[in-house]
Design a protein around this ligand. Sequence first.
Ligand SMILES: Cc1cc2nc3c(=O)[nH]c(=O)nc-3n(C[C@H](O)[C@H](O)[C@H](O)COP(=O)(O)OP(=O)(O)OC[C@H]3O[C@@H](n4cnc5c(N)ncnc54)[C@H](O)[C@@H]3O)c2cc1C
Length: 418
Amino acid sequence: MTASAPDQQPSGQNIPDPQTPELTVQVCVIGAGPVGATLACRLAAAGIDTAILDHAPLPPMEHPDFDGRAYAIAAGSMKLLLDAGVWPLLPHRPCPIDSILITDGRPGQPPSPLSLEFGPQDSTEPFGWMVEARALRVALNRALHNSPHIRLFAPATADITRSDDHTLIITSTGQRIRAALVVAADGRQSRTRSKAGIPVTRLPYGQSGIVCAIAHEHPHDNSALEHFLPGGPFAQLPMSGTDEHPNLSAIVWSEKDAVAKRLFSLPDDTFTREIHRRMGDRLGRITPVGRRWTYPLSAQYAQSYTAPRLALIGDAAHGIHPIAGQGLNLGFRDVISLSTLLISAAEKGQDPGNSTLLTQYQRDCRPRNMMMFAATDALDRLFSNDNPVLRLARDIGIAGVGRMPRLRRAFVRHAMGV
Ligand SMILES: Cc1cc2nc3c(=O)[nH]c(=O)nc-3n(C[C@H](O)[C@H](O)[C@H](O)COP(=O)(O)OP(=O)(O)OC[C@H]3O[C@@H](n4cnc5c(N)ncnc54)[C@H](O)[C@@H]3O)c2cc1C
């Protein structure tokens, strides 16, 4: 584990345009990724004036091509997206996850007979929804452009000066923004976090994630598979079909870096065979669709989620192993906590950047996120190896959870983010 010192980056390079009147808002969000954009939309839906900026352009009506990436959105996150007015704007139908099969094995061999399956007997609601990344982006961009309570600056970067009673942001487009609170939602490499001098502890895994989509012969029946293999977990997640590919799933799969690099550059037919060796025959014949993506996997956590008049959310505050598909869902839970506190402060006429509110935000989120950090790290260590003792222990564990109703319910609640 390494703790990084604050970055030494130049500041104060943006020059305010004297012709542009200063903008006053309650909250200014830096970074319009899924977490920052959802926070802005949630606050705006409650009538809170919010500015948001991103260094990437965010065109309102762009319909990017299918690219194979999708998020598993837990039930609690879906409710947030509804409250933020984003869910109804999704251009493609999300696919419900109605059952989850958890197995353990080795590539090319049938899974261990001790498996764990969650289904309708565990919940009357879906466990979550698969939402294409491009669909979420289109919906968020639409919402950001259409809300009267949001001022969007993109592409733009920010110079931030925080003082006791307000913050001043100067954008690279020359806009001066006065806000009571700045929220850093600028991702894992958060410049806002490092400029505030908040150190980060990083934990590299030596693993990479391979992400792609597959078309398959048999319907998935809204069922997800999490198959633990010695190189890392392999997940098949059901997606809504298209006219061209009625049976479609997302694949998220981790391997040691060198293996992932080799697999990633295989020709389609051999790559398909490698997927088949891991997933078996459950979906019949498979064909990769769209492009492949690879991400180096690491975990990290910020030593603090707050500084005077600053809150960190999403990947700017924490990054976890994607083994449980919970990274974005954790960020959405930060949004639920912070927006609830901010909406309550606005209703009471309180300062949204007050230190009591920030302390409460950190208290609500950091312990919970640290637990998820520790749990995903432990899961990866327990499952991503071929040690026979650990194999036996995890098979017994998988079977044991299935037979203990309270533990089963705890698992279900966790997966649903409720
Ligand atoms: C292989 C893989 C699979 C995953 N699968 C899932 C899953 O199924 N479910 C799930 O819940 N999570 C998943 N995750 C995690 C999820 O992708 C992240 O947690 C999520 O993207 C974090 O969102 P964010 O908005 O906090 O940060 P980001 O998505 O990183 O967004 C940050 C935003 O800030 C902007 N920005 C950056 N720097 C600046 C700057 N200096 N100034 C202005 N703007 C800036 C960027 O342009 C970007 O728009 C997965 C991750 C990986 C690696």
